[in-house]
Write a protein that binds this ligand. Sequence first.
Ligand code: DGT
Ligand code: CA
Ligand code: CA
Ligand code: ZN
Length: 573
Amino acid sequence: MPIHNKQVAEQFNRLADLLEIQGANTFRVRAYRNAAQTVESLPRDAQEMLEDGEDLSELPGIGDDLAGKIKEIVNNGELTLLKETEEETTAELGEMMKLPGVGPKRVKAIHDALGVESMDQLRAAAENHEIRELEGFGKKTEDMILREIDRRKDHTERTKLSAVDPIARSLENHLSGIDGVKKVVVAGSYRRRKETVGDLDILITCRNDSPVMDRFVGYDEVEEVVEHGKTRSMVILQSGLQVDLRVVPEVCYGAALYYFTGSKAHNIAVRRIAQGKKLKINEYGVFRGDDRIAGATEEEVFEEVGLPFIPPELRENRGEVEAAKADKLPKLVRLEDLRGNLHAHTKDSDGKYTLREMAEAAKKSGLEYLAITDHSKAVAAVKGLDEKRLRQQMERIDALNDELGGIRILKGIEVDILEDGSLDLDDDVLGELDLVVGSIHSKFDLSKKKQTERVIRAMDHPSFHILGHPTGRLINEREAYEIDMERIMDAALERGCYMELNAQPDRLDLNDAHCKLAREKGLKVAISVDAHATTDLEFLRFGIDQARRGWLEADDVLNTRKWGDLKRLLKRD
Ligand code: DGT
Ligand code: CA
Ligand code: CA
Ligand code: ZN
């Protein structure tokens, strides 16, 4: 049975949380959290690696014991230790810990003091103002708990694209291998590469006698069969993801693919155009009267409606239909267009690999340049660099550049933007760097006005180049901080600064709408992985997905340029 990294990581995280509630040793708790992170950031499923005979105990932070536990999860689908620990912990306490800002320590405190054992009791306690009376809690925490209980309801159902990717790929493989199956394609928001996916919409064509529906509902990862029909079935997988499968006739394949790729708003806008031409368009084809005039391919559907092909990422009814009519669709940036990466950490701060290892991995992946941007000293928890350590790193980069050929390592920093908008390092050292990425890692809760002014003041600094993860959001986990993005972008343009599209799949920050806004303003964007491990370079493709959803062309993206040209763009006067 296929087990994906997301499921392995979830079990480790859950174990860490439960152990923390029980008051276990903090090192032990942290080891499981780190292991979860490592597994989640692997570019391939651990199961596949094990099958290939790879030794997981060689991964950072994974010893023999953890490697054994990964194997156990992969082989048995569950971890005995987790099951035992679950049984020892009261049921809903585990749920409560998932509330952002609450965490295991606070759950334990609330449970011990108030006897709260369920989400409803937690809400009641907060509403009765019992929480604010507890030591270490206050009105603010109590309000936050109430807010988070409500917010949780809104977005528990959507799954991050990066977690859906391997699940969709195994399903595609499974279905393609079934007797009589011809085409298999995942449509819907997945094909539009939306950052989170509600459910998967799979279309297939097959021979009449294919056992595909039985084999689909019998798939190992299926937890619940919601519907089992001849042309449509629906299941829920163990990961919680819902999957819709439809069998469509060959002659309708293109029309069905187009329809089920959506978005709904896009479909409706195009249907209106078709109606203007006295055509009817639906999932079976394009019709004039009763005659089907197109439907086998998506291309012929577009042709009959009189539009050029619109890439799936654009199909959100955000102006793409009008642009298509006017033949002004953007020529979207592709992964191959990227020449470098402008945000990477090493062991000098919170990265998992050395400078040399990161450089070699970037070279191997075909990049022409890699900027090393470790954290600055304000982020003390991760040994952020002070001026002295940064200068030492710069010397090591010079030496490495002399030695390594075929890639250029840029001297950079991810400097903290302090509360007052000043930067966390001396002007002199900042001026000596090739690249300064400035980011906010503290004081997320300033007013919109203050937060905006903080960032603009930071960009006033003559060495500032790129605003890192500009809104600070973590998908499904942390909202963006309050900030006036229009003002920030206008200020960046005036000063010759740029925005980052942080390609970490948990961030994707800028989001698609902000990318589009930047492009409309003529403000260029850097697509950067924010790599903490050599394998993170793979995440560039999620940045590309988001950039394409934001209408970006190669020219709108800073790091599609050769270093010499980029260097000129980074020059501020
Ligand atoms: P999701 O699953 O919430 O991430 O988003 P989608 O876009 O995958 O939405 P879903 O799964 O409800 O439906 C898949 C596609 O089917 C959707 O993008 C467009 C098409 N579709 C669904 N319902 C309608 C409808 O009522 N009218 C039209 N024109 N298209 C629809
Ligand atoms: Ca869907
Ligand atoms: Ca669906
Ligand atoms: Zn950062």
